[in-house]
Write a protein that binds this ligand. Structure first.
Ligand SMILES: Nc1ncnc2c1ncn2[C@@H]1O[C@H](COP(=O)(O)OP(=O)(O)OP(=O)(O)O)[C@@H](O)[C@H]1O
Length: 314
C-alpha cells in the first residue's frame, strides 16, 4: 500500500470540514468536463454518501461514464472541485482505496479467472499470505467459484463482467465505482449482484456509485443522482423523487423532472415525450460519437485509473 505523500493537496478533510468529509465519499462543486471541444459535464454539484448504494441514472450519452472517469481520476480537462474520500480526485493515495469497473470487461482472455485475480492481487500489493483468501472471497462474492479454472476467453459476456467486478473487490476498496455492472445479465444474476452491492455497503461500510440507464434499477438504490444532458436533474432517495414529483415510479418522476427542466430552459416550448426531445438528440449524438470514438485498450489495467487521462487533448 502506498504511503500518502505529504505534498498532496486537499488534506484529509478538504474545504468540507471534518463532519462533511466523514459522511461523504464524493463531493463535487461546479464540476465541469470538456471532451474533445464539447462541454460534456456542466456545473455539477452533488454528493455521494458514505456507506450507501447510490445510483447514477440518466439517458445514454448524458455523461455518466464521464462523471465516473472524473471521480476515479481517469478524465482529462476537469474543472471545479471534486473530492473523493476526502482527497482531490486523482490523488495517488486514492488508487488503492477505489475499485472501478468499466463497461467493457478489462481482464486477460488468455488467463483463467483465478490467474487473473491472483495477478491483480499481486499488482495491487495485497500481501502474499492474504492473496489466496482474498481471491477466494472475491470469487465467491461474484458467484464464480465453480468456474475459477476456466479461461476468460471461454466465458460469456456476463461472466467476464463479473470477473472485472471481482478484480475491483480485491484489496477491499472503500469506494466502488461501477459502470453499468448489470447490463446484459439475466434477472436472477442481477438480483444476486444487487444483493452483493447492499451487503458490501452494510457489512463492509463500502460506498458504491452504480450507473444505469435502466430506470427500473432505481428502486434498488438507497440514493439516486438523476442526470440529463451533462447536468444533475435531482438527487435524493427514490421516495423523495416520487413524492417531489407526485409520481408512482422513478421513471415517471424522471420524466416529470425532464419536463420541468425543459420548461425552465426554453419556456416550455418542447414536450420531452415528443420525438423532438433533446434527450433523443443526446442519444443520437452519442450513437454517432460511439462510431467514431477511440478504441479502449483491451489490456488496460482495470484498477489503473490514470493511464488514459491525457488522450483527449482536442
Ligand atoms: N472519447 C470521447 N471524446 C469526445 N467525446 C466523448 C468521448 N466519449 C464520450 N463522449 C461524449 O460525451 C458525452 C457523454 O458520454 P458518456 O459516455 O459519459 O455518457 P453515458 O451517460 O455514460 O452514456 P451510456 O449510458 O451510453 O454509456 C456524449 O455526448 C459522448 O458523445
Amino acid at each position: 500500500m502506498n504511503k500518502i505523500p505529504d505534498d498532496e493537496q486537499g488534506g484529509g478533510e478538504g474545504a468540507l470540514g471534518p463532519a462533511a468529509a466523514g459522511r461523504e465519499a464524493v463531493r463535487a462543486r461546479d464540476l465541469g468536463v470538456v471532451r474533445g471541444r464539447t462541454p460534456v459535464l456542466k456545473g455539477l454539484d452533488f454528493a455521494v454518501a458514505r456507506g450507501s448504494v447510490t445510483g447514477l441514472l440518466g439517458p445514454s450519452g448524458c455523461g455518466k461514464t464521464t462523471l465516473m472517469r472524473a471521480i476515479v481520476g481517469a478524465q482529462a480537462k476537469v474543472t471545479g472541485t471534486l473530492e473523493v474520500l476526502g482527497r482531490p480526485a486523482g490523488s495517488p493515495s486514492l488508487r488503492h482505496r477505489l475499485g472501478y469497473v468499466t463497461q467493457a470487461p478489462s481482464v486477460y482472455a488468455d488467463l483463467t479467472i483465478r490467474q487473473n485475480l491472483a495477478y491483480y492481487a499481486a499488482v495491487l500489493g495485497v500481501p502474499r499470505r492474504e492473496r489466496e483468501r482474498q481471491v477466494d472471497a472475491a470469487l465467491a462474492d461474484v458467484d464464480l467459484t465453480s468456474h475459477a479454472g476456466s479461461l476468460v476467453a471461454n466465458l460469456s459476456g456476463g461472466q467476464r463482467s463479473r470477473v472485472s467486478l471481482a478484480v475491483a473487490l480485491l484489496g477491499t476498496p472503500e469506494l466502488l465505482v461501477l459502470d453499468e455492472p448489470t447490463v446484459g445479465l439475466d434477472p436472477v444474476l442481477r438480483r444476486s449482484l444487487w444483493g452483493l452491492f447492499h451487503r458490501l455497503a452494510a457489512e463492509r461500510g463500502a460506498s458504491l456509485l452504480i450507473s444505469s440507464h435502466v430506470m427500473d434499477e432505481a428502486d434498488r438504490c438507497q440514493r439516486l443522482i438523476l442526470m440529463r444532458d451533462g447536468r444533475i436533474l435531482a438527487e435524493g432517495t427514490p421516495d423523495e423523487m416520487r413524492r417531489r414529483t407526485g409520481s408512482e415510479t422513478v421513471e415517471d418522476a424522471f420524466l416529470r423532472l425532464v419536463e420541468e427542466d425543459t420548461a425552465r430552459r426554453d419556456g416550455g416550448r418542447e414536450d420531452p415525450r415528443n420525438p423532438g426531445d433533446p434527450a433523443d438528440q443526446e442519444h443520437r449524438d452519442h450513437q454517432n460519437h460511439q462510431n467514431h470514438r477511440e478504441p479502449e485498450d483491451p489490456r488496460r489495467h482495470p484498477r489503473d485509473n490514470r493511464d488514459n487521462r491525457d488522450n483527449e487533448e482536442g
